[in-house]
Design a protein around this ligand. Structure first.
Ligand SMILES: Nc1ncnc2c1ncn2[C@@H]1O[C@H](COP(=O)(O)OP(=O)(O)O)[C@@H](O)[C@H]1O
Ligand SMILES: [Mg+2]
Length: 382
């Protein structure tokens, strides 16, 4: 008698679930193996050695299949990270371009990039809508030499962190303190409610789009906290408005981080911690460890005495950003209900008790999937 074998795709309990080939079953490895072993045990007692051999061969075969499948997944992920737009490093390609092009240099920026109008201004840069050939781009110019160091730091981070989570660099000119990036017509996240209220975008004003944006936001934090340039803290985020202004809304309603001018590095192994600026921070939006600890005793603020902190300040801010991103749409309250526990953990006074960005990300993804499943089930019932 032949043992009937189901192809099994398994995950280790501690790792993220593995996407399985259609028709395969997702199960944790150990129960799956136990199931196979007990099936084999039953068959051995009834049919003897040949059944065991066939069973082992089938097990080996399914392991080889799993290995090949995971290897192919890993390979495609690596390609995705290293060239999400399919270009070599230091090249760019916008949606309507056929070929990848090397980053523009000073001569090309001066000759070919035409400024059209001012579209944004923060503390460090003036940002203009501009045109390069037939492409719309954003041309950012340093607004004051006082901020040259921040500008150069931001530019080096944008270069080092190019990938799906970061605005695409089109070129830069160090001598003129300019940088050119892909233009995102919806602008920063500050515009989210206005954009989603427009008639042509109203169909996107749903909990699904909004929870996806919140998930993008947490994915970006996870990327910055584990980036190729080390563990980076999103420091330019001392208020909700400031934080929202650093992210751009793409045409397909995803997020990219744009302003990386204040991204200091934390490294526990080198005892490296950070301070976001040299002035006193106030308010509920920033994490408690960012506040002057002697404020109640009346002792005046001193930067020298102000303790340093780490990337858990970004985690503290997640619930407030997500509250804004979810807006007031049907289903939003249910999402908040499901996220209540993880958000409660993000708001722990003690930074070491807060979850990491990847912990938060896992919960966001699972809440999204379960809400989609429930809403499909609910539709089917009607
Ligand atoms: N690529 C872009 N596409 C569309 N708008 C942009 C782009 N880059 C910047 N902006 C707009 O300009 C504003 C300021 O840009 P930012 O880089 O944050 O400047 P700063 O470093 O001075 O804070 C952003 O909040 C956004 O509204
Ligand atoms: Mg900014």
């Amino acid at each position: 008698m032949l043992v009937e074998f189901q192809s099994v795709c398994c995950t280790h309990a501690s790792s993220e679930p593995v996407r399985c080939l259609s028709g395969w079953i997702i199960t944790p490895c150990e129960p799956a193996l136990r199931q196979i072993q007990s099936t084999m045990g039953r068959s051995r007692s009834s049919s003897g050695v040949p059944t065991v051999v066939v069973g082992l061969a089938a097990l080996l075969f399914s392991n080889v299949l799993i290995y090949l499948y995971l290897a192919s997944l890993y390979q495609s992920d690596v390609q995705l990270v290293s060239s999400h737009i399919g270009c070599q490093p230091q090249h760019f390609k916008m949606a309507t371009m056929k070929n990848c092009t090397p980053w523009l240099q000073c001569s090309q920026i001066n000759a070919e990039v035409r400024k059209l109008k001012l579209i944004g201004q923060g503390a460090i840069k003036k940002v203009y809508l501009a045109e390069w050939r037939t492409q719309k781009v954003a041309l950012s110019k340093l607004s004051s030499l006082d901020y040259l160091e921040d500008f150069l730091h931001g530019l080096s981070m944008v270069q080092a962190l190019q990938g799906p989570h970061v605005v695409q660099l089109v070129g830069f000119c160090l001598e003129e303190h300019t940088l050119v990036t892909e233009h995102h017509p919806h602008g920063s996240l500050l515009n989210l409610d206005v954009v989603l209220a427009q008639e042509q975008h109203q169909q996107h004003n749903t909990w699904q789009t909004r929870l996806r944006l919140a998930t993008d936001y947490v994915s970006i934090l996870h990327y910055l906290h584990n980036s190729p340039a080390g563990r980076r803290v999103m420091c330019d985020s001392n208020s909700l408005e400031k934080t929202l202004s650093q992210f751009l809304l793409t045409n397909d309603f995803h997020l990219v981080v744009n302003d990386l001018d204040a991204l200091p590095e934390v490294d526990a192994s080198r005892g490296l911690l950070v301070k976001c600026g040299h002035r006193e921070l106030t308010g509920d939006f920033v994490a408690p460890e960012q506040l002057w600890p002697f404020r109640d005793s009346g002792k005046p603020f001193s930067d020298d005495l102000m303790p340093e902190y780490d990337e858990k300040t970004d985690i503290w801010k997640i619930p407030d950003v997500t509250w804004f991103l979810m807006g007031r749409v049907p289903g939003g309250d249910l999402a908040h209900f499901h996220l209540f526990q993880i958000h409660d953990q993000c708001k722990k006074e003690d930074p070491t008790l807060r979850p990491s960005a990847v912990d938060v990300l896992k919960v966001y993804k699972s809440v999204y999937s379960s809400m989609v499943r429930d809403s499909v089930g609910f539709r089917d019932m009607l």
